[in-house]
Design a protein around this ligand. Sequence first.
Ligand SMILES: NC(=O)c1ccc[n+]([C@@H]2O[C@H](COP(=O)([O-])OP(=O)(O)OC[C@H]3O[C@@H](n4cnc5c(N)ncnc54)[C@H](O)[C@@H]3O)[C@@H](O)[C@H]2O)c1
Ligand SMILES: [Zn+2]
Length: 357
Amino acid sequence: MIRVRIPGGSYPVIIEAGLLRHAGAALKKLNPRRICVITNDQVWSYWGAALEKGLAGMHAAVIRVPDGEQHKNLATVETIAEELVKARADRGALLVSLGGGVIGDIAGFVAAIYLRGVDYVHIPTTLLAQVDSAVGGKTGVNLRAGKNLIGSFHHPKMVLVDPQVLGTLPERELRAGLFEAIKCGVIRDKALFDFLEKKAGDVLSGNMPALTRVIHDCLALKARVVAADEKEHGVRRILNFGHTVGHALEAETAYRYFLHGEAVAWGMRAATRIAEDRGMIRGADAERVHALILRYGPVPPLVQLRPDDLAARLLTDKKTRQGVVHFVLPQKIGAVKVVPDVPTEAVERAIAGLSAS
Ligand SMILES: NC(=O)c1ccc[n+]([C@@H]2O[C@H](COP(=O)([O-])OP(=O)(O)OC[C@H]3O[C@@H](n4cnc5c(N)ncnc54)[C@H](O)[C@@H]3O)[C@@H](O)[C@H]2O)c1
Ligand SMILES: [Zn+2]
């Protein structure tokens, strides 16, 4: 179990293969008056029966929303809120998200604003959600103008991670989540990086103990970073390694070409190239980063970005302060530095170098 410390308290993250089938025992500790599960058809068809069994007789209303990032919007938030009213969910209700990052972000946001805030628990079912989005308290939805523009910090009361649910996850989604795990290794956890190198075969084939270890290490790291910087003013920014270029690539391809983790994979390689150009990282370490990312591929080929488009995207990055792009650059395996003065030409050069290789 990992405890995530937040201002005024903490919450547990329980990681255990088969946990879904005992979820009720954990949830009971929160004394919920009413449980409302928020999920989608896809996830419910695979794992609904296991969760219902796990609730061991506790009644739960189940609210299903359509699958997909395009439904992570205020219309879905309103639909869920109306359903909660119908299900007579009051202030004592407990929302439970069962799904990937999309469901988690929506459900967390509904929990933040329904009746001015109710408790919720995440049961993440994608690797990305298990290693990343389920911990940290960032919730929200998209506007037509951009991703995650509406949201709130609202922490879950508990996070229940069952690695077994990854058994039904498409392989491409699994690999996309593993790039976030590689990110954790590069920024702060050399032992995890070494493990991902040595045990790549086990991890990629979905070996349960190997995946459980990876999830545990990523969440332990995220818990430490979030505790130190709840609202992303300081050290939490290191979690954005690979995300500056990654977000630009996702946005320029209208979020349809790359999965998030895949765009981050290219972003991490670009950041590593920039660090190499600046002489910030030894060649051998940089090579290990590139090689590990390639080992966990394939990733869709890099797209060509027009320099102007890239520059414009970088300037809208949320780490940009007063027009200066902040880049998270690796110094060695397990250490990164936030660098405030990376010119867009250096980014272009790094990306061009990657396309050519
Ligand atoms: N809040 C945060 O801190 C944070 C961090 C990172 C990403 N995010 C958000 O997370 C979202 C992406 O999340 P995601 O990558 O999990 O995508 P997702 O939630 O869309 O899930 C991907 C697909 O896998 C399906 N799925 C989920 N679990 C499954 C399972 N066990 N078996 C079979 N299929 C399953 C889903 O139905 C979906 O079709 C984005 O909206 C992003 O903004 C939030
Ligand atoms: Zn990410």
